[in-house]
Design a protein around this ligand. Structure first.
Ligand SMILES: [Zn+2]
Length: 221
């Protein structure tokens, strides 16, 4: 009976505020995170990019078309409904790592961007991915210096630009642990590589990396 009322309540919420597919805007079920057609069309295998200082980033999507639009709405127009879909698809490509991962963390926003935006979009994706993989979320990093906008810089400048931007919040939290580090988009990979380096230097045992999408090098990081 309890289950019946729960379903009824879910249905009422869905009727008042129906879920929509973040990629095509079609109505979807209360528990769905995207429509099947979009996933068939947009998700066709794991994307992967070598990171500059070792390791690789894996992603379910390429940063283009409907995925790019969904990420831009998510990042800049506070449309957070896509977080569930990004997390679900990231967990598909990283699920095989679940046995070795101790915690999930994210590439963090700066305090000022957080105040401006009201939420940290990569933290939200990382928290939901952690939930799906049944792992704890750990806010392992904080941003201590603001970067210049990456997409106007050469690759060499991007590398320098990322240095010294991130620090570990509490080294005791990550010492000896294997982490899954999550970002929304991976472009040059320097941001992720820098976060990975900082975590490893602070004593993490290993750091795997994933993002919702991997973009061409001339796109925004
Ligand atoms: Zn769709």
């Amino acid at each position: 009976m309890k289950g019946f009322f729960r379903k009824l309540a879910d249905r009422a919420v869905w009727l008042l505020c129906p879920n929509r597919c973040p990629y095509c805007d079609k109505l979807i079920g209360y528990h769905d995170t995207e429509c099947e057609e979009c996933i068939k069309k947009l998700f066709n295998g794991v994307r992967s990019r070598e990171l500059p200082e070792g390791g690789r980033c894996e992603a379910p999507f390429e940063y283009k078309g409907q995925v790019r639009q969904a990420i831009l709405r998510y990042k800049f127009r506070s449309d957070i409904s896509a977080a569930g879909s990004f997390a679900k698809q990231i967990s598909k490509v990283t699920g095989r790592l679940a046995p070795v991962i101790d915690a999930v963390t994210n590439v963090p926003l700066s305090e000022s961007s957080l105040k401006q935006r009201g939420y940290d979009q990569t933290e939200l994706i990382a928290r939901k991915t952690a939930e799906i993989l049944e792992k704890p979320f750990c806010a392992a990093l904080r941003k201590v210096r603001q970067k210049r906008v990456q997409h106007s810089l050469s690759l060499k400048e991007r590398r320098e630009n990322s240095k010294g931007c991130y620090a570990v919040s509490d080294a005791a939290d990550i010492r000896g642990k294997t982490l899954l580090l999550i970002d929304d988009i991976c472009t040059s990979g320097y941001t992720m590589a820098e976060c990975r380096r900082v975590l490893l230097e602070a004593g993490a045992r290993d750091v795997y990396c994933a993002s919702a999408a991997i973009s061409e090098l001339d796109r925004q990081d």
